[in-house]
Design a binder for this molecule. Structure first.
Ligand SMILES: CC(C)(COP(=O)(O)OP(=O)(O)OC[C@H]1O[C@@H](n2cnc3c(N)ncnc32)[C@H](O)[C@@H]1OP(=O)(O)O)[C@@H](O)C(=O)NCCC(=O)NCCS
Ligand SMILES: CC(=O)OP(=O)(O)O
Length: 329
C-alpha cells in the first residue's frame, strides 16, 4: 500500500513498536504477512492456534515465522485470570465460569480478551472467520469509545490514478450496521470523515441513493435526504451532499444535469451507503471490477484497535491492515 499516511504509520510504529494478535495463526496468508512483519521489526505478531499445526502450516507454505509468539487458547497459562475477567465483564448477560471457559477457547474471544487485558496492543482477524464472528467479541467486550454510540466501518480503496499518483476513496458502512437509521448514518458520516482524513482524503461526502435530489420517492430516499440534512447541520465545515446516485456523485457531466450547484456532486470521494447490501456489494464491485485495492473493514468508534478482514483478502492486504490497525492504536 502506498498512500498518504501509510509511511507515517510505519514511522510511528518504528518509534513505538506494538504487538498484534492474528487470530487465524495457521492460515497461509496470515503466515506470509506474519513473516513480513517479523522481518520489519516494528510490529510483532502473536499467532493464535496450536503450535504444531502452525509450525506445519508455515513449513508447508514456506514462510519463516521464527521469533513469532504463538499462543494456544487450549493451553494458556493465564486462562483462569482471563475467564474471571470475562465473567465479570459479561455478568449482566448471565455469563458463568463454565460458559466462559467454552467461549474463550474460540480464537476471536480469546484474542479480544488478550487486548482487553493489555497483553497485546491490537488484533486483526477475519481471514477465515465471518465478519459477524470476528467483530461480535469486540462489540461485547471492548465496546464503543467515548463520544461514539455505534461501531461502524470504512473501506479505504486505492488504485493508480490516470494523472499519476493514487486515487484514494472511502466507502462506509460496508460491513457492520445492516440497516442504519438516519442518526446512525450521521454518525457513520462523522466517523468516516475522520478516517478518510488519516489517509489524506479531503472528504467530499456523498450520501448515496437510487435517487438524486428527489428524482425518486420512498422511505429509503427520505432516509438519505434526512440523514444528509442532519449531517450538514452537525458538520457545517465539511463538504457533504445527498441524496445522490453514484453517477451524479462521481461524474461531473451527470452531476451538472442531476445536481446542479452541488459542491460535492461530480467530485465525491467519500461515500455513505444507505445500508449494508449496497455498501458491501458496492465496495466489492470497486475492488473486483474497478481495479481498486481494498483495505478494511477498518472499524470506527471501537474503544481499542481491532479490525476485520474480508475472507477474500490476500497476504499483502493482511500485512497492510496489520500496520493500519497498530498505527491507529
Ligand atoms: C455486527 C453484528 C455481528 C452484531 O450482531 P449481533 O451479534 O447479532 O448483535 P447483538 O444485537 O446480539 O449485539 C451483540 C452486542 O454487540 C453490540 N452491538 C451490536 N451492533 C453494534 C454496533 N453497530 N455498534 C456497537 N455495538 C453494537 C450490542 O450492543 C451487544 O452488546 P451487549 O451484548 O453487551 O449488549 C451484526 O450486526 C452483523 O451481523 N452485521 C453484519 C456483518 C456482516 O455480515 N458483514 C458483511 C461482511 S463484511
Ligand atoms: C468485509 C467482507 O465482506 O467480509 P467477507 O468477504 O469475509 O464476508
Amino acid at each position: 500500500m502506498s498512500v498518504y499516511g501509510f509511511g507515517q504509520m510505519i514511522e510511528k510504529l518504528k518509534a513505538s513498536p506494538k504487538t498484534i494478535v492474528l487470530t487465524e495463526g495457521s492460515d497461509p496468508r496470515i503466515l506470509e504477512a506474519a513473516s513480513r512483519l517479523l522481518a520489519s521489526n516494528f510490529l510483532k505478531p502473536i499467532l493464535l492456534g496450536n503450535p504444531e499445526e502452525i509450525a506445519k502450516a508455515s513449513e508447508k507454505a514456506g514462510f519463516n515465522i521464527h521469533g513469532a509468539q504463538i499462543i494456544d487458547p487450549e493451553n494458556y497459562e493465564d486462562f483462569d485470570e482471563m475467564v474471571a475477567q470475562f465473567v465479570e465483564l459479561r455478568k449482566n448477560k448471565g455469563m458463568t465460569p463454565e460458559k466462559a471457559r467454552g467461549i474463550l477457547k474460540s480464537a476471536n474471544y480469546f484474542g479480544t480478551m488478550l487486548v482487553k487485558m493489555g497483553k497485546a496492543d491490537c488484533l486483526l482477524g477475519g481471514a477465515t472467520y465471518s465478519t459477524a464472528d470476528t467483530v461480535r467479541p469486540a462489540l461485547q467486550i471492548i465496546k464503543t469509545k467515548p463520544g461514539s454510540s455505534i461501531v461502524s466501518s470504512c473501506f479505504i480503496l486505492v488504485r493508480p490514478a490516470v494523472s499519476g499518483g493514487n486515487e484514494v476513496i472511502a466507502m462506509s458502512d460496508c460491513a457492520i450496521n445492516i440497516d442504519p437509521s438516519e442518526d446512525d448514518l450521521v454518525e457513520i458520516c462523522g466517523q468516516t470523515i475522520e478516517c478518510a482524513k488519516v489517509f489524506g482524503i479531503d472528504p467530499k461526502v456523498a450520501f448515496l441513493s437510487y435517487s438524486t435530489k428527489g428524482s425518486g420517492k420512498g422511505d429509503s430516499v427520505t432516509k438519505m435526504q434526512n440523514a444528509t440534512k442532519k449531517a450538514k447541520e452537525k458538520y457545517p465545515n465539511e463538504q457533504i451532499d445527498g441524496e445522490l446516485q453514484f453517477d451524479a456523485a462521481v461524474a461531473p457531466r451527470v452531476a451538472k444535469q442531476k445536481a446542479p450547484g452541488s459542491d460535492v456532486a461530480g467530485n465525491a470521494n467519500t461515500f455513505i451507503f444507505p445500508d449494508i447490501n449496497a455498501g458491501n456489494i458496492g465496495y466489492k464491485i470497486a475492488q473486483r471490477l474497478g481495479n481498486f485495492e481494498a483495505y478494511g473493514p477498518i472499524l470506527l468508534g471501537l474503544n481499542a484497535p481491532i479490525n476485520d478482514l474480508s475472507r477474500g483478502c490476500n497476504a499483502l492486504e493482511v500485512y497492510s491492515m496489520a500496520i493500519i490497525t497498530a498505527a491507529l492504536a
